[in-house]
Design a protein around this ligand. Structure first.
Ligand SMILES: Cc1cc2nc3c(=O)[nH]c(=O)nc-3n(C[C@H](O)[C@H](O)[C@H](O)COP(=O)(O)O)c2cc1C
Ligand SMILES: [Fe+2]
Ligand SMILES: [Fe+2]
Length: 393
């Protein structure tokens, strides 16, 4: 039994075999769906899990209950990875009250053919649920993934049940490793909603949180302010590193060759963090993670039927969809008769907030022949000049 404290038990599950979270993000190390049981004068179950893992979850729940019966099921988020066991839970515990906000309940009726009018406890901003010694204080967190999301702060043990916020991929993951995948999780899943995350962080600031119990990943217990600061920075779209992320989409390899050559040019100029990324081979969610963490991005693509080579189109649509902003971007294009990448990317980048586009474009005709080392040098110098990429001394 995984005890968080005398009264709070972890009853979540480790989904080690899931290939794609939300059917799109590869999770080579699986994912957890977290759930907790608070045992006080009243007993509260904090969220259910994905139906894939319902057997394990009910086992954990029953073992933690040890013969007692839950009074409440608290629903922080209605996305199916946390809510798909609600109806089965209510079949087993028909007298349990279901705690959610008005939007939670309209979604319950969208997903399930059940009648829970008699079980409903509707909470709103600032409401408190008294379990005895433990008291859950609710804060609405709309669009900190979905519109019905809320978090709760247990004021006796000072634990924040943060819904998807502060979540990360990985099933057997320790707190020290949170950051490795928390960015890929955040930028891809919540990245679009930086403003809403900022609003939530403001509400949380005065609480004095000692632990964060997110719905995915490890319980966060050490140096809480570091996690909050990271979310503060990510949600304000500030870059985390000074460095150059070079994402390339190449059909025959000439654009890839040029991208690699350009990486060397930056390295020779003393730029420390230079990362090359093959958009046609590696999953786009990792590219989104890099693009958000780095302050400078180079988009290198072949022209394909007078359009972007599709892996680049896919990538740029991901960045746009996630409200990508406040970065310096350089363009490297390639085409055998009419390179069109800069012409297509420029208005897309201009439609984003505060994206600075390098005024030099590397335009290649088929192979790198017409692009001299001096062209690459000049492009790199321009990018270094225009941004905070600081060559080391
Ligand atoms: C299906 C297809 C469509 C293409 N369409 C264009 C095009 O519209 N304009 C152009 O200049 N080149 C076009 N090309 C040529 C490539 O963009 C060009 O050969 C480029 O140098 C390829 O770079 P790579 O070696 O990095 O793949 C096309 C190539 C393919 C396979
Ligand atoms: Fe979610
Ligand atoms: Fe989730």
């Amino acid at each position: 039994m995984n005890e968080i404290s005398d009264s709070i038990m972890y009853i979540g599950v480790y989904d080690k075999t899931l290939e794609y979270f939300e059917n799109q993000y590869p999770v080579p190390n699986g994912i957890t769906y977290n759930s907790y049981l608070i045992k006080d004068e009243k007993i509260a179950v904090m969220d259910t899990v994905d139906i894939r893992m319902s057997n394990d979850w009910f086992k954990n729940l029953e073992s933690a209950l040890n013969g007692s019966v839950p009074d409440y099921l608290v629903i922080h988020h209605m996305e199916p990875d946390h809510s798909s066991c609600i109806s089965t839970f209510l079949e087993k515990y028909p007298n349990a009250k279901v705690v959610g906000n008005a939007r939670t309940f309209s979604m319950i009726y969208q997903f399930f053919d059940i009648d829970i009018e008699a079980n409903k406890v509707v909470v709103t901003e600032g409401d408190m649920l008294d379990l005895g010694k433990h008291k859950l204080n609710f804060y609405m967190a709309p669009m900190v993934h979905w519109p019905e999301v809320m978090v709760s702060f247990e004021s006796t043990e000072k634990i924040l049940f943060s819904a998807d916020a502060f979540g990360t991929f990985g099933s057997l993951i320790y707190e020290e490793d949170w950051d490795k995948e928390a960015g890929r999780y955040y930028f891809n899943i919540i990245g679009k909603y930086g403003n809403q995350v900022q609003i939530l962080l403001k509400k949380l600031a005065p609480l004095g949180i000692s632990k964060i119990a997110s719905l995915h990943g490890p319980l966060l217990e050490n140096n809480i302010s570091a996690y909050i600061n990271k979310y503060q920075s990510w949600s304000s779209y500030e870059p985390e590193y000074s460095g150059v992320f070079i994402a390339y989409a190449s059909i025959y390899g000439n654009t890839a060759y040029a991208a690699k050559k350009l990486a060397k040019v930056f390295e020779n100029k003393g730029v420390k963090n230079v990362v090359l990324f093959d958009l046609a081979r590696q999953d786009v969610s990792y590219a989104v993670d890099y693009a958000f963490r780095f302050d400078s991005v180079i988009l290198a693509s072949a022209t394909h039927d007078a359009a972007l080579f599709p892996p680049m189109e896919f990538f740029i649509s991901h960045l746009k969809g996630r409200n990508y902003q406040k970065r310096n971007v350089g363009i490297l294009e390639n085409g055998s008769w009419a390179p069109a990448v800069a012409r297509i990317l420029t208005p897309i980048l201009n439609s984003m907030i505060d994206i600075k586009i390098c005024n030099k474009v590397i335009s290649i005709k088929s192979a790198c022949k017409n692009t001299t080392d001096e062209d690459m040098e000049a492009f790199a110098d321009e990018m270094i000049k225009m941004q905070s990429v600081t060559p080391s001394a």
